[in-house]
Write a protein that binds this ligand. Structure first.
Ligand code: ZN
Length: 126
């Protein structure tokens, strides 16, 4: 079977970026219409199995097994760059909205990584 060439890879990346732009435009339109999550009343934080972190050194949060077996999971506290692609004509408010939504998504991903590591540990050891 032939490997995809650089043109096919570029086409795939372009399609992915266009889908992302389309989703972004839809989210921004929903925000402007008052239907988006930023305009709703604040929701309570989701329930989590995450224990309170320790910070053994700068840039690292450590989550120890709540059962005290000595296991832990480390996560970087650096959220990394914001993954926001804005459509042409985006306003300053749009940028703020998208950065806020991106930060929220990064927070959920962080929580999912910690909870997933803890769930795998429980399945293996407890
Ligand atoms: Zn444990």
């Amino acid at each position: 079977m032939d490997e995809p060439g650089p043109d096919a890879e570029l086409d795939a990346l372009t399609r992915k970026a266009l889908r992302h732009l389309d989703m972004t435009a839809q989210l921004l339109a929903a925000q402007r219409a008052g239907a988006g999550p930023a305009r709703r009343a604040p929701e309570p934080p989701p329930a989590t199995t995450m224990p309170a972190p320790e910070f053994p050194h700068a840039g690292t949060a450590r989550y120890r097994c709540p059962r005290g077996c000595g296991w832990w999971h480390d996560e970087s506290t650096d959220p990394g760059p914001a993954a926001v692609i804005l459509p042409a004509g985006a306003t300053g408010d749009d940028v703020g909205t998208m950065l806020s939504m991106n930060a929220h998504a990064q927070g959920l991903a962080y929580q999912a990584r910690v909870e997933g590591a803890l769930a795998r540990h429980y399945a293996e050891r407890h």
